[in-house]
Structure formats: structure tokens, C-alpha cells
Ligand binder design. Structure first.
Ligand code: HDE
Length: 719
């Protein structure tokens, strides 16, 4: 309940009833009082024996007698200012919104649990890593970055992957992304980056899109963005599901063990369902068909008990190793290849409970990169350092009070007590006089409050070789930060041919939306430093002459390709967590449908029945209701499709654009199409040609829901 019932529970039903009486004209059924509305407004009244908490009250506990009509001077008269019930209701409604996040406004959250699967006390004293099987509750919020809170789920964008661990030594917030590097190196540039990607200042568009002048203008002038641009233009930026993307802490952090020894650490989340992405054309169509595609997918999976899970991995290395690399590990535009430092799995995150209330939890959750626990520490990454003060600030402006930590979703689940007091929206009621320290109130027998604890309290890691102290105060970047291209090239060259063509095509698409010719040219001149063939493909895709190569602040070095960076090279052959759309119509064979559905479910997938009409249809062997109507269930919403149709039904559907498009899109998005012979007429109409992924129903299990990338060059021209 959102309200507190402060009425004595002894209030008799008779009193309760009297309080609930309608006015004017107590005694008459309320709807009879609704003069002038033809009696059509109904009060949904509780029976007189209802418990006190069942009655509607205002925010101060006054029971409300009429929730339909405002108080007016006569039947057709003006509304009265004294109507405190109306005034409070509208007042509260008018203030329902809080400022949305300046970035990452659109997000979806869920509760879960983190469990340590491998103890690593030699690396960190963090309490959650001390014992295998140790666990703590978590809250996770996934997000897009550029769009507003009401924007769609599938734009080309980075995804936020923010995890709040409620540990027994306080909250640890790992506020990361689904891409392991970032656009910029120094917090100083963040407002510029965000301004450039958001809607353009004068015209207020485009929403949730990087394909416009100002973003690419900024990118073209800031070569440090190039590595992240490769990721953002790759399929990583159009994930199939929040459940099927990796997460990264991005910055290099510190692990500190009980002896005070420190190591560098990078955090990775690896989805148990494997990585999966959309095709760009599909992402665009999903935005129309289901703007909440990712939010719905996450919510439904958790509601169905298919709890999404990620393994937490760490890459741990020391300063000597870091010093030998051709890049600086304090530079957030660089990653540490897994082939050099393997990712060791130490825990598992499972999301097992949806939020009860979106606003109270997902909207009000406040992540702070400064929330760390003993055993974990920061490094001098200049981007991380900037974040450490930014987030506290932002929470105060969004949630309105320095007491935002008291909101249940933000409060730690371990005890917290200090001498901070008062402030707006204070909900705690501290007792006693001890609101300062030191104090000697204990000597007078009073509670003297909590005290600092040097042993178990957080103490900052001091052996900071990276700090290079003492030095002058400088506005400067470290030398290796100037290499902007080596890892951009590493990423590009680590992709499959198909993935490389997606990157080239995405850049062509975005630049084709850029009206400033000099910006297009400058981007391509930078790409020549990343990879000459990529620059050539992009120039050809835009029908531009290859511009002169941009000067590089530091010549790129060749790095060995890393298979771990490719989605396709790591694809899982599984139906688990995948959704298969099955099209049927009148006359279809019910047994064949039932068999297919149960085979899919047995493999861990889910089946969604689609038909031209959702009501019960007469089939061979019984009747069946569809889960969705064809027009509202386009094939872009599924990982693979199947159809069981009588030839007459298929023939009839050849005149239905939604049906033809269903197959055309599934084919165009390189999905498996399993079909019965009866479907052929519509496959022909949709231009579906036989290949490895177009198979008879009984071969579906062997092919599954993987994409058939070899088909793509036959369907669309890629750059
Ligand atoms: Fe954020 N970022 N950020 N960021 N960020 C916010 O905090 C900021 C950065 C990230 O689901 C804001 O509570 C600065 C990197 C995520 O609630 C804000 C800088 C990474 C989320 C903010 C960065 C992130 C945010 C907006 C440069 C990946 C969503 C509302 C110094 C490692 C968290 C809020 C959620 C949110 C500032 C850079 C990830 C404005 C100043 C790098 C996942 O405070």
C-alpha cells in the first residue's frame, strides 16, 4: 500500500460505513447522486464490513466518500476551492514526474541475487568474494543512453548495465555498459559528448539517434572516440535482448586483499544465454511494432521463471604487466584483450524478481560509482575520477534531497548509522542527543552513537605507483592516451566478414544522415587510420572519393586479433531463451502444431502462436486460439519462425501484406524459417529461397534459432 492507514483498527464497521457515506444525500446509493451524468459514473464501493485498509483515503488518512465527483456549488455551478480531496489528488498528480536522467533515461530494472562461485581472498578482501556460495541481493538497471524516458528500446546505442550489490559491508554499485570502452578519456568532455548526441539544440530532433550532424561533428574532431565508434556501429549496439548482452565495468579498478596488496581489475558480465543481436532493418521495424521490446522481454522472462543470468568475470593484472602494454590501462578508451589476460569467472548474477512498482524502484534507483566496499578501490582513470563526484550531484537534483539514500531501493540492507541529520524528506527518526562526535555522553549513561572502525572500515589503497607523486598540477593526459587507433583497428579486424560489413554499413547509414559534407569527409579521413579497407568501404558506400588520411597524434601499432570481441564467433547453438513464432490458420494440423510447440519448449525456447484471427480457429484435430494476431505480431518479434498451413490457407494469405511481409522479413533478417509443404505458395510470393535456414518443420530442431549470415549478401547490399 502506498498510504499508511493510521486509523485505529478498532473502528467498527458501522463507523466505517458512516465515514464512507456519500454526500449529499447519505443513504442513497452514490451513483444515484451523480446528477447530470445519467447515472453512468459508478463508485466502486467496498462492502461495509471491509477492513480499514481497504478504504480509500487522502494522504492524511481521511476517508474519501466520493472518488468520482468534485465538490461544486450546485448541480451546474463552479467547483469549490475548499474541495481538499480534489485539490490534493490533482496536486499530487501534477508532481508525479521527477527529472529524467540526463543520460540513460530509458531503462528497465529487476531484482536478483549475486552468488560467489569462486572465492578469491588472495585478490580481494571484499566480503562477497570470500567464500564460494556467499550471496547478496542485487538490483540491476539496463538502459539506453541517448533517448528520453519514453523513447524506444531498440535504437543503435550503448546500453547501460548498472548493478547495485547490497552487500553486508555496504552497497557496491558497478555502473557499467554493454561495451567495454568509452567515447572519451577525460570527464571534462562528457557534457560535450552528450550534448552532441542528444537531439540537436535548435530543432529538438532526432530522438534517440546518433545519426545526425552534431554527433558526427564531435566524433570527427575527437579521434579518441574511434575505438568506441567501432563498437557502437557494430551489432553490439542493437542487442536482441537485455538478457543476451555482455556487461563491463569499463574502467580499470583495484582489488585489495587483506594484507593490503593491490592489483588492477577489470569486470566482465557474460550472459549465460550467449550474445545475440538484431539486424539493423529489424531493429528499426521493432521500434514500431513494439517500442518496449527489451523491457517486455525482460519482464516476461522473469515472470515466466526463465531467470536471466550472467557470470561475473575478472581480469586481474599488476602494475608491472600494465606498464609493458602499448596502451594505458587508465585510459577508458582501451580494453585489455582476453587473450592476454584471461577472464576468470568468480560469480553469478541471476535476475529473479520483477519490480513491484516501476517508479519506486527502477526510476528512483540511484547508482553511484563512488559506492564501493573494502576490497575494491578506484584507480586514477580520469573518466572514473570525474564520475565519482558527478553521480552524487545528479541524484540530489533528480530525487530532490540529500536523503535519497533512504528510499528503499537505494538504502543498504546492512545497518547504517552516522551523525548526518535532518534535510528535506527526512524519514528516519534518530533518538538521543548524540548528533556530533567526539562526545562523552556515554559517561552520562546516554547513547553516544557510532564510531569509526579502522580495522574493518574502508581505507583507501595507498601504494599508488600510478599517482607519480609529487608532481605539479597539470591539465594534461598521459602519453599513451594519444594512441587513438590501434584498438579501434583491433576491434574491426577481430570481427567476421559479416560483422565487418555491418560496421561499414552502419557508418554509411549514419553518415548518410549527416548533411555537413566536411564532417563526412573528416570521419573517413580518421577511419583510414583504423583500417584502410574500412575507410574504402565507407567512402564507396557514400559514393565519395577517399579523402586524405588524417594525421595521427601517435602512430597505431598492430595488435593480434581477439576472437572474444566478435559476437558471431561466440554464437551459441541454442534455443534457450529464444522465441519462435508459429503461423497457422483454419484447417492447420493441430497435432503438428502441438508437437512443434512442445519440442521448442523442451529445448528451453518459447513458442508464440500467430494467426490471422486470435479467437478459436477450427483446425484439423480441434480448435486453437492464437497468442497474437498476425498484423500485431510481425516476425521481427521472434528469433525464428515456423508455419503450418493448409495450401488453401497459404494461397489466401498471399494477398495479405502482413503475411507476405512476415516471411519476407524473417528471410531478410537471416532467421530460420521452418515450414510445412502447404506454406509454399506464400514463400514463393515472399521471395524466400531455399537455403540452410529454410527447412522442413521436422528439421527445425537441428537448425534452431541461429541466424544464417551467409544469406545476407543475397538480400541486401552491404557496404
Ligand atoms: Fe554515466 N551518468 N557518466 N557513465 N552512467 C549517469 O547518473 C556521467 C559514464 C552510466 O541506470 C547519470 O543517475 C559522467 C561511463 C550508466 O541509473 C549522470 C561521466 C559509463 C548510467 C552520469 C559518465 C557510464 C549512467 C545520469 C563522465 C560506463 C545509468 C543519471 C565522467 C562505465 C545508471 C544518473 C542508471 C548515468 C554522469 C560516464 C555508465 C548524469 C559525468 C564511462 C549505466 O550522473
Amino acid at each position: 500500500m502506498a498510504t499508511r492507514d493510521t486509523r485505529p483498527s478498532s473502528a467498527s464497521p458501522a463507523v466505517a460505513h458512516a465515514l464512507g457515506d456519500h454526500q449529499p444525500g447519505a443513504g442513497k446509493p452514490p451513483h444515484e447522486d451523480n446528477a447530470g451524468n445519467g447515472g453512468e459514473t459508478h463508485q466502486d464501493l467496498k462492502p461495509s464490513a471491509a477492513a480499514p485498509q481497504d478504504y480509500l483515503t487522502d494522504n492524511f488518512g481521511h476517508r474519501i466518500a466520493d472518488n468520482q465527483n468534485s465538490l461544486r456549488a450546485g448541480e451546474r455551478g463552479p467547483t469549490l476551492l475548499e474541495d481538499f480531496v480534489l485539490r490534493e489528488k490533482i496536486f499530487h498528480f501534477d508532481h508525479e514526474r521527477i527529472p529524467e536522467r540526463i543520460v540513460h533515461a530509458r531503462g528497465s530494472g529487476a531484482h536478483g541475487v549475486f552468488e560467489c562461485t569462486k572465492a578469491i581472498p588472495e585478490l580481494t578482501k571484499a566480503s562477497i568474494f570470500q567464500k564460494k556460495g556467499e550471496s547478496c541481493p542485487v538490483f540491476v538497471r539496463f538502459s539506453t543512453v541517448a533517448g528520453g524516458a519514453g523513447s524506444v528500446d531498440t535504437p543503435r546505442d550503448v546500453r547501460g548495465f548498472a548493478v547495485k550489490f547490497y552487500t553486508d559491508t555496504g552497497n557496491w554499485d558497478l555502473v557499467g555498459n554493454n561495451i567495454p570502452v568509452f567515447f572519451i578519456q577525460d570527464a571534462m568532455k562528457f557534457p560535450d559528448l552528450v550534448h552532441s548526441v542528444k537531439m540537436e539544440a535548435d530543432r529538438g530532433y532526432p530522438q534517440a539517434a546518433s545519426a545526425h550532424d552534431t554527433f558526427w561533428d564531435f566524433v570527427s574532431l575527437m579521434p579518441e572516440t574511434m575505438h568506441m565508434i567501432m563498437w557502437a556501429m557494430s551489432d553490439r549496439a542493437i542487442p536482441r535482448s537485455l538478457r543476451m548482452m555482455q556487461g563491463f565495468g569499463v574502467h580499470t579498478f583495484r582489488f585489495v586483499n587483506a594484507s593490503g596488496e593491490g592489483k588492477f581489475v577489470k569486470f566482465h558480465w557474460k550472459p549465460v544465454l550467449g550474445m545475440e543481436s538484431l539486424v539493423w532493418d529489424e531493429a528499426v521495424k521493432i521500434a514500431g511494432a513494439d517500442p518496449d521490446f527489451h523491457r517486455r522481454d525482460l519482464f516476461e522472462a522473469i515472470a515466466a521463471g526463465d531467470f536471466p543470468a550472467w557470470d561475473l568475470g575478472v581480469q586481474v593484472f599488476d602494475e608491472e604487466w600494465a606498464a609493458r602494454q602499448p596502451y594505458d590501462v587508465l585510459d577508458a578508451t582501451k580494453l585489455v584483450p582476453e587473450e592476454d589476460i584471461p577472464v576468470e569467472i568468480v560469480g553469478r548474477l541471476t535476475l529473479n524478481r520483477n519490480v513491484d512498482n516501476f517508479f519506486a524502484e527502477t526510476e528512483q534507483v540511484a547508482f553511484l560509482p563512488s559506492n564501493i566496499i573494502p576490497g575494491i578501490d578506484f584507480t586514477n582513470d580520469p573518466l572514473l575520477q570525474g564520475r565519482l563526484f558527478s553521480y552524487l550531484d545528479t541524484q540530489k537534483s533528480r530525487l530532490g534531497t540529500a536523503n535519497f539514500h533512504q528510499i528503499p531501493i537505494n538504502a543498504p540492507k546492512c545497518p547504517f548509522h552516522n551523525f548526518q541529520r535532518d534535510g528535506m524528506m527526512q524519514t528516519l527518526v534518530p533518538t538521543g542527543r548524540a548528533n556530533y562526535e567526539p562526545n562523552s555522553l556515554a559517561e552520562a549513561g546516554e547513547d553516544s552513537g557510532p564510531r569509526a572502525e579502522p580495522e574493518s572500515g574502508f581505507s583507501t589503497f595507498t601504494e599508488n605507483a600510478e599517482r607519480n607523486e609529487p608532481e605539479n598540477k597539470l591539465r594534461i593526459r598521459a602519453e599513451l592516451f594519444a594512441d587513438h587507433y590501434s584498438q579501434a583497428g583491433l576491434f574491426y579486424r577481430s570481427q567476421t566478414e559479416s560483422e565487418q560489413s555491418h560496421i561499414a554499413s552502419a557508418i554509411v547509414f549514419e553518415l548518410s544522415k549527416v548533411a555537413l559534407a566536411h564532417v563526412r569527409e573528416r570521419v573517413i579521413s580518421r577511419l583510414r587510420n583504423v583500417d584502410e579497407t574500412l575507410a574504402e568501404r565507407v567512402a564507396a558506400g557514400l559514393a565519395l572519393k577517399l579523402p586524405k588520411k588524417a594525421a595521427a597524434a601517435r602512430e597505431p601499432v598492430e595488435m593480434a586479433p581477439s576472437d572474444a570481441l566478435s559476437i558471431q564467433k561466440n554464437a551459441l547453438e541454442t534455443l534457450e531463451g529464444r522465441k519462435v513464432g508459429i503461423l497457422f490458420d483454419e484447417g492447420s494440423d493441430k497435432k503438428a502444431l502441438d508437437d512443434l510447440k512442445s519440442a521448442i519448449e523442451k529445448s528451453g525456447g518459447s513458442a508464440f502462436l500467430v494467426a490471422p484471427k486470435v479467437g478459436a480457429l477450427k483446425l484439423k484435430g480441434g480448435t486453437l486460439e492464437a497468442d497474437g494476431q498476425l498484423a500485431g505480431s510481425p516476425s521481427v518479434l521472434f528469433d525464428a519462425v515456423a508455419s503450418i498451413l493448409m495450401p488453401e490457407a497459404a494461397e489466401k494469405l498471399t494477398t495479405q501484406a502482413a503475411a507476405v511481409q512476415w516471411f519476407m522479413d524473417a528471410y531478410g533478417h537471416c532467421k530460420t524459417i521452418a515450414h510445412c509443404p502447404g506454406t509454399q505458395a506464400i514463400l514463393d510470393k515472399a521471395g524466400v529461397e531455399k537455403d540452410d535456414g529454410v527447412v522442413p518443420i521436422d528439421e527445425f530442431a537441428g537448425v534452431g534459432a541461429r541466424r544464417h549470415w551467409a544469406r545476407e549478401p543475397r538480400i541486401r547490399d552491404l557496404a
